[in-house]
Design a binder for this molecule. Structure first.
Ligand SMILES: [Zn+2]
Length: 201
């Protein structure tokens, strides 16, 4: 794996007969039942689809993500454009019951081999808990209005994870345990994609 850039696992995850391991433990984080099937994955792919359509119109957010996309030979080898990448993105994403390690909405890692992004079924993407999906620093006053379980909230979580996956310039890879990095990344998502998140739907 060259550098720290996450490489897509093109083995197609567990679409065939193979099964993801039911429980994966890493440090204090436990991941159970990672899956790409059923209504929960449809919510994920529908959210990716909405983002793809909105990003196809151009704008700040598309330009920001495209900077990451074009710098990654790992992706440009397989996909001709950000839109093509987003079309295929749902097969890199699974949902799972993630516990431990604090409040986690999603994990960007192939801890469960075959998946690059894991969305926590107990996190804000699916609406668990009240309140904001993210905390920021400079832009926290805006971020605090983006609530869990809403389309904007889901899009925010996915844009943050896509930021990691594409390694967009300035995005910090180590933010799971680092609150400062985590807030800086959330600020970057708002700064570049706030207008897209607040668009008329
Ligand atoms: Zn992050």
């Amino acid at each position: 794996m060259p550098g720290s850039v996450p490489v897509p696992d093109l083995s197609g995850a567990y679409g065939g007969s193979a099964q993801a391991p039911d429980i994966v433990q890493q440090g204090d984080i436990t991941i159970k039942g990672a899956s790409q099937w059923g209504p929960q994955h449809k919510v994920i792919s529908d959210t990716v689809g909405g983002l793809k359509n909105a990003l196809a119109g151009g704008g700040n957010c598309a330009a920001w993500l495209t900077q990451g996309f074009t710098a990654n030979a790992e992706y440009t080898t397989y996909y001709g454009s950000l839109t093509e990448f987003l079309e295929d993105l749902p097969r890199y994403i699974a949902y799972a019951d993630i516990s431990g390690g604090g409040k986690i909405n999603a994990i960007n890692s192939n801890i469960v081999v075959g998946y690059n992004i894991l969305i926590n079924t107990n996190g804000a993407f699916f609406g668990a808990g009240e309140g904001a999906v993210a905390t920021g620093d400079r832009y926290n006053d805006f971020l605090k209005n983006i609530r869990g379980g809403t389309v904007a909230g889901r899009e925010f979580i996915l844009l943050h994870e896509i930021g990691h996956l594409l390694n967009v310039p300035g995005f910090r890879s180590d933010d799971l345990r680092n609150e400062g990095n985590h807030k800086a990344n959330n600020d970057a998502v708002w700064q570049n994609c706030g207008d897209l998140l607040m668009r008329q739907r």
